[in-house]
Design a protein. Structure first.
Length: 412
């Protein structure tokens, strides 16, 4: 294995099978449909215009590129959106460093040159985002190679392995052709994705949210500053926006739609699933800075006469957030709240035990309780969830601790 930098290959002299210098390297192309990292061909500037030199004909790559084909066999270079051009699409461009959880700028690209049956195979292995790549490019042709090597050896490398790189491409058609799916990004915690997205320009934010899984997009959107949320959702078509909002917590979805224009929120609501649309529409009727405006209607409630086994079945069927799992609420006649059972008690009790014997008094508040009083209740009773009950004592929803943290963060 031998590493060669893209900046070293660009401008390198290219010799054909006769050993005659025929031109210089202008670009290096990868065709992701054929192989995600292997170089497909070089674009060489010759006296007869730009030509494509197949990677299969390469015998050596370095200061000089040697091939085993005649220059007359090199096809004319044609434009294609289906290839990744390393100079155009990577050098000085922003990428997502999935491992480092940040957006960085590419200073150089490292390729592996491996001998295979008297030829060399070029494969992209990493991108250089540090000073070494920048200095290599800035001093090219100005400093003797041995002096440059000595200088670069003293600079700590800052490279990102290619498997941790997610490319940023705003053109939907080109994303498909280049097989850009943001798979690495989707595996990060939504809070980390949110930090990355907030550092991107508007068009690239839209590209990310058009591509990542709806559930991941929903969780990420909930972590983003409300003003940026609105900007992102307004950039998406109503169908895509509805798919994402469908997956959000109802309270977060209601807050978001409440910040949009009436026309825009109406279009998204129209495209949402009926059940989710009903929940969000009900929440939109409440004041944003009240308990009802902060609550979610996704919670676990079972009959006051139920047993631990019944609660476990309800837990298995529950599709809400993990935060809402912390407490199982007990409901009596008329859907009135009569108690609460912490999840830990259910986990440590026999299946046949009645929940009423494990129940604690449920701390609750009215729908119109101001949000600062909600926060005070969480602080006073060290709550994980808080029940919201109507004037008849019926359970209307719950507020979770993460909602309170978000509320406090945005109130600063």
């Amino acid at each position: 294995m031998s590493l060669v930098a893209l900046s070293e290959l660009l401008g390198a002299t290219v010799r054909d099978a006769s050993g005659t210098a025929r031109g210089r390297v202008r670009e290096i192309a990868i065709a992701p449909q054929e192989h995600p990292t292997r170089v497909a061909y070089l674009i060489v500037r010759t006296a007869d215009g730009e030509r494509m030199v197949p990677a299969a004909s390469l015998k050596a790559c370095g200061v000089t590129v040697r091939t085993d084909s005649d220059a007359s066999a090199w096809e004319r270079s044609t434009t294609s959106d289906g290839v990744l051009l390393l100079k155009r699409d990577l050098l000085d461009q922003q990428i997502i460093d999935v491992h480092g959880r940040k957006v960085v700028r590419v200073n150089d690209v490292e390729l592996d040159s491996t001998p295979v049956n008297s030829h060399v195979v070029l494969t992209v292995v990493s991108v250089d985002v540090g000073a070494r790549g920048a200095i290599r490019r800035l001093t090219k042709g100005m400093v003797p190679s041995f002096t440059l090597r000595a200088l670069l050896a003293k600079i700590p490398p800052r490279v990102i392995p290619w498997q941790y790189v997610d490319l940023l491409e705003t053109d939907p058609a080109r994303r498909v052709k280049l097989k850009i799916a943001y798979e690495g990004l989707s595996k990060l915690h939504p809070a980390d994705i949110a930090d990355i997205v907030e550092d991107l320009p508007a068009a690239e934010r839209e590209a990310v949210f058009e591509t990542i899984d709806e559930e991941v997009a929903a969780e990420t959107l909930e972590e983003i500053d409300p003003k940026v949320q609105v900007s992102i959702v307004e950039s998406l078509d109503s169908n895509r926006a509805a798919d994402i909002v469908d997956e959000m917590d109802p309270d977060a979805a209601a807050d978001l739609l409440g910040d949009l224009s009436e026309d825009h929120s109406g279009q998204i609501l129209k495209e949402m699933q009926p059940e989710e649309r009903l929940e969000v529409t009900q929440l939109l009727e409440f004041g944003e800075h009240t308990a009802a405006g902060r609550m979610t209607t996704e919670y676990i409630a079972v009959s006051a006469t139920a047993a631990v086994d019944d609660a476990i079945d309800a837990l298995k069927r529950f599709e809400g957030t993990r935060e809402a799992l912390a407490t199982i609420y007990l409901i009596g006649a008329g859907h009135k709240l009569v108690g609460a059972v912490p999840l830990v008690k259910i986990a440590t009790s026999s299946p046949a035990i009645e929940l009423s014997t494990l129940a604690e008094a449920a701390v609750s508040c009215a729908p119109d309780t101001p949000q600062d009083e909600v926060a005070a209740l969480f602080d006073k009773y060290n709550l994980i969830t808080l029940a919201v009950v109507d004037e008849h004592g019926r359970l209307a929803g719950i507020i979770t601790a993460d909602d309170v943290i978000t509320m406090l963060r945005h109130s600063d």
